[in-house]
Ligand binder design. Structure first.
Ligand SMILES: [Zn+2]
Length: 252
């Protein structure tokens, strides 16, 4: 497989001769207001430009959307994606909303689906502490499997919790994409993975490659790549934890 981090959680996945797009967030730099109640109220989102053209990003066979927060599916994505492109979403509520935005081939992956021979399995996520999830709402992750490919687990917007452990135990993924950035508001704690969560994921699945994304693109993401890198140096990093730059590709 080949993974390309576009920006934030937006990923291009080449897998079993298909090209998939995950969580398209395609706005120009600064085109959206900051998330409210954060330390960085002076910064508009996204903080950085896309590393490639929207045409290159949207030329795909199918799209997967882990949840409908605007840093995972935005107005620009609605404009740029063809209205008949297959879009897979976490549940019926999200399906209805994306259909209302004018898309005609939307399906839920809550019951596992097969896309061009690739089995795609729904996993649970927890977008912050239990108390925060009443605000952040339901989220999902995805596992991709195919006979001649390594198993890929895209955890989505989740902190480390027993659901991530369960997905690792059940699917034994060789590649795990986690959303770092330690996104947070003034209160309530992190709603995506902290540096400690990233290392915990590695410790619980030491043979897997861990790819950390969802960094340095949003005003409420406080964990930088530099801080994560220096933390990993002190934790005897085995080289299994990868922190790609925007636009960087990795082959597994
Ligand atoms: Zn997010």
């Amino acid at each position: 497989m080949n993974l390309t981090l576009v920006r934030n959680a937006t990923l291009l996945v080449e897998y079993a001769n298909h090209r998939f797009l995950i969580d398209p967030f395609l706005s120009d730099k600064g085109a959206m207001p900051p998330f409210e109640n954060t330390e960085n109220q002076h910064l508009n989102n996204p903080l950085v430009e896309l590393p490639m053209t929207i045409d290159e990003i949207t030329r795909v066979d199918a799209v997967f959307v882990t949840h409908l927060h605007p840093d995972h599916f935005d107005e620009q994505a609605k404009q740029a994606l063809p209205s008949d492109i297959p879009i897979y979403v976490q549940n019926e509520a999200d399906k209805q909303k994306i259909e209302e935005a004018g898309f005609s081939a939307v399906e839920s992956f809550h019951q596992d689906v097969t896309v061009g021979g690739v089995k795609v399995i729904h996993t649970e996520g927890q977008h912050g502490s239990k108390e925060m999830t009443s605000l952040t709402g339901e989220v999902a992750g995805l596992v991709f499997t195919y006979p001649n490919e390594k198993t890929l687990y895209v955890a989505g917007d989740t902190i480390w919790y027993e659901g991530v452990q369960a997905a690792i135990d059940t699917h034994r993924p060789e590649v795990i994409v986690v959303n770092g950035g330690a996104a947070q508001f003034l209160e309530g704690g992190p709603i995506t993975m902290t540096k400690e969560d990233v290392v915990r994921t590695h410790e619980e699945s030491p043979d897997s490659n861990i790819v950390v994304v969802h960094m340095e693109a949003l005003n409420h993401c406080l964990l930088s790549r530099e801080e994560l890198h220096s933390y990993l140096e002190t934790r005897d990093n085995t080289g299994k934890i990868l922190v790609p730059e925007d636009g960087e590709s990795m082959t597994f």
